[in-house]
Ligand binder design. Structure first.
Ligand SMILES: *Cc1c(COP(=O)(O)O)cnc(C)c1O
Length: 410
């Protein structure tokens, strides 16, 4: 988002025009920003054999997946439906990593049938896998390194009391199963959480993963998951990708020398690739003063963007209808019938009813977590590519609300 000719723009297109053409609320993604993020990750790890597996769950519109494919990334899918989406857009099975958690074995069997790489997340599943496939299907194992990392308890998944992965303390047990079933383990994986700030956390994870990796002789890759932190507020500290790249590559190279073979280093970023590209454009319906606050009520809510209420996430808000004039302090709230705060006590350019606000960092875990709560329609999605705005998902209609309901005629 840049300011030009007294207008907020994406790739030269005034954002107000996008709001006018497609209506509000609308998710808008800057395709160029996604490509830039992919490039910055690639350049940070240019000395290593890097494979990016975009975390589909962050933003799963098929056009975003196609853009990722064009940019040369693979994908990480956490459900069989995401696997099907990735296959649908043309990903080869070999480019897809399937990292499910607590799914039925049938789902794993289906994924094996589709030919994607399976990342096993618990010991009983590893035993099932061994019984069924022995050494005929290569496999990756998700380990839990027990590092407390991540910006919020709900997005911190690598700690001791987390349901994810096989405890690093159980590696000996894993090895017995691997041996008993002659499993072909070609990858080890950790994902410690989201909003991880610095190289040290990745290095700590790396050291733990290297220790485990020494026990497996046939590895082809080590997967460090996602979790890079991006900027949400002005002046926020963000992951210094060049620094992470330099330090982690060096440690990785040293390990590969010791291991005796050059392995691939995998990452599965979601937020890093798509958070900042996205804006949720909303309409100010009401400006309402109470004795304590001035609220701006907008035509969206936790049904469309649940992160503020679910993770206490900070999302910047800009009044794109007004570039100059005084700022005032507002609390921006949604239209859902429960406490639905999008942003509290924010200084933004004075808002009048009818102004359009842009909620920032709305690319990752925005639309993909949207629901029809309060029987509201989910928004449209627009992708700006090569200086043109394209509708990539139609706004829902009332028919969509009724679509799968069965009328008993009573
Ligand atoms: C969610 C998830 C990611 C992506 O996390 P970000 O914080 O968006 O980078 C990567 N890997 C796995 C297994 C995940 O579940």
């Amino acid at each position: 988002m840049t300011i030009n000719n007294q207008q907020y723009q994406i790739q030269g297109i005034p954002m107000l025009d996008i709001a006018k053409e497609f209506g509000t609320p609308v998710y808008v993604y800057d395709g160029q920003k996604i490509l830039d993020q992919v490039e910055s990750l690639k350049s940070a790890f240019s000395s290593a054999n890097l494979k990016i597996k975009y975390a589909t769950k962050a933003l799963s519109n098929i056009n975003i997946l196609k853009l990722m494919k064009k940019a040369g990334t693979g994908v990480d899918a956490v459900s069989i439906e995401e696997v099907h989406l990735c296959l649908h857009v043309g990903y080869a099975p070999s480019e897809i990593m399937f990292t499910p958690n607590c799914v039925a074995f049938e789902e794993i069997q289906e994924a094996v049938g589709l030919g994607v790489m399976i990342n096993i997340d618990n010991i009983p599943m590893l035993e099932h896998f061994g019984t069924h496939y022995g050494n005929t299907v290569p496999v990756c194992i998700r380990l839990n390194p027990h590092i407390l990392a991540g910006g919020n308890a709900k997005i911190s998944v690598g700690h001791i009391d987390s349901k994810f992965g096989i405890s690093i303390l159980q590696v000996k047990h894993v090895l017995k199963i691997v041996e008993a079933h002659t499993l072909n383990v070609i990858g080890l994986h950790i994902h410690t959480g989201s909003d991880i700030l610095d190289a040290d956390v990745f290095l700590k994870g790396a050291e733990i993963l290297f220790d485990a990796a020494r026990e497996f002789r046939d590895l082809k890759f080590l997967d460090f998951g996602g979790g890079f932190k991006v900027g949400y507020k002005e002046g926020d500290i963000t992951t210094d990708m060049q620094d992470v790249g330099k330090k982690v590559s060096a440690a990785f190279k040293a390990f590969c020398t010791e291991y005796g073979r050059e392995l691939e280093i995998w990452f599965e970023p979601g937020k890093f690739l798509v958070s900042e590209c996205g804006y949720l454009l909303v309409h100010a319906n009401v400006v309402k003063s109470t004795p304590a606050s001035t609220f701006i009520g907008v035509d969206t809510g936790l049904n469309h963007l649940i992160r503020p209420m679910m993770y206490d996430a900070y999302h910047g808000v800009v009044n794109i209808s007004k570039l100059d004039g005084p700022e005032r302090v507002y609390t921006i709230v949604g239209y859902i019938c429960e406490t639905d705060t999008i942003a509290a006590d924010r200084k933004i350019k004075e808002v009048k009813e009818g102004d359009i606000l842009a909620i920032k960092n709305a690319g990752a875990y925005g639309f993909s977590m949207a629901s029809n709560y309060n029987s509201r329609l989910r928004p449209a999605e627009v992708l700006v590519l090569d200086g043109k705005a394209h509708l990539i998902r139609k706004r829902e209609t009332f028919e969509d609300i009724l679509r799968h309901q069965v009328d008993l005629g009573i």
